[in-house]
Design a protein around this ligand. Sequence first.
Ligand SMILES: Cc1ncc(COP(=O)(O)O)c(C=O)c1O
Length: 397
Amino acid sequence: MKTKQQTIPFHAASVGEDEARAAADVIRSGWLTMGPKTLEFERNFASYVGARHAIGVSSCTAALHLALEAVGLQQDDEVLVPTTTFTATAEVVVYFRAIPVLVDVDPVTLCIDPAEAEKKITARTRAILPVHFAGQPCDMDRIQQLAASYHLHVIEDAAHALPASYRGTPVGAIGRLTAFSFYATKTLTTGEGGMITTEDDELAARIKVMRLHGIGQDAWKRYHQEGSWYYEVTNAGFKYNLTDIQSAIGLVQLSKCTEMRNLRARIASQYTDAFSRCEELEVPTVLGDRESAWHLYVLRLHLDRLTIGRSEVVERLKERGVGTSVHFIPLHMHPYYRDAYHYCDESFPVAQREYYRSFSLPIFPGMTQEQISYVIEQVIEVVKEVRRSPCWPSDCS
Ligand SMILES: Cc1ncc(COP(=O)(O)O)c(C=O)c1O
């Protein structure tokens, strides 16, 4: 019997009545922007990831920008960035008229390849921006060693990696500066938002000032009863603060963060059980010393065993009501990076190859068992339709 067609979005945010009530309470309180709720969210977030400081900001992009500002990035400096990432990771480097030096990725994790990164270090290299791709932490020991040997700043892009851990340490407590995203599709969402964690008191103080126009740390209090009208501008800062409405939503989300991660891990394990029996598919590998946040489930195709390519597979799944996405079109393939920095496809053989054979399946905590089973069934059906050698023994037939 043919299964009834369903429509499964690539992502649906796990927000509900508790988040709505928390946001409404803030609105009723009359204090809408950064204030007590943001301070509480920062405190709870810091304790959740085991960091000394957590600073709420308007996005992960803002977090990365502020982190690079805090370490003093200058024009013409070079920053190592994996090519398999979202443009935010590299565009923040361009804000300084510095140069994003793209680096190929590891074929297993799709995180920056430390050996490739080392080859690209020059006298002008100042920092490395590892991205914990899909939620799996990068090889942080090797990255930290590289940073120590060449005196580089490490700023982790953890937009995908809440909660995740590397050799038992949570992301957010590993390196000196870590940037998180609370964008609508992320594992903790406030609609838009972000957080920077750091162990360093001086960096934290600088970031707090720069996220709010370069005025004193408690400037937000100037409209508060306990505050004063007087303030001093000490720098030309940015308007990158997180609001109390966002933070109230964030506090509810944070209280469910581990549970939501476990639900995603359960979906991932069902996908992996089903797809690893299919020789046309390659399932994601999480290395033994890491725990993934499972922000994304990236499935790869063995193209030599199929008669169609990734884009057509995605199209067929769409026709069957399964929403998917692709993470990521490597940065060196985008017109801006290609033209501005003369990157070419041949310089990034791993990212290039993996891009053409990968796509991301729905993996959100609210997925029902029926939806998970439907996704599995449709992926296998599509593979069966287009496998090159229908008589090959394959358990997924
Ligand atoms: C790897 C990565 N870094 C940074 C960002 C930017 O996050 P935000 O939208 O919070 O600025 C994203 C967003 O998708 C991302 O995937």
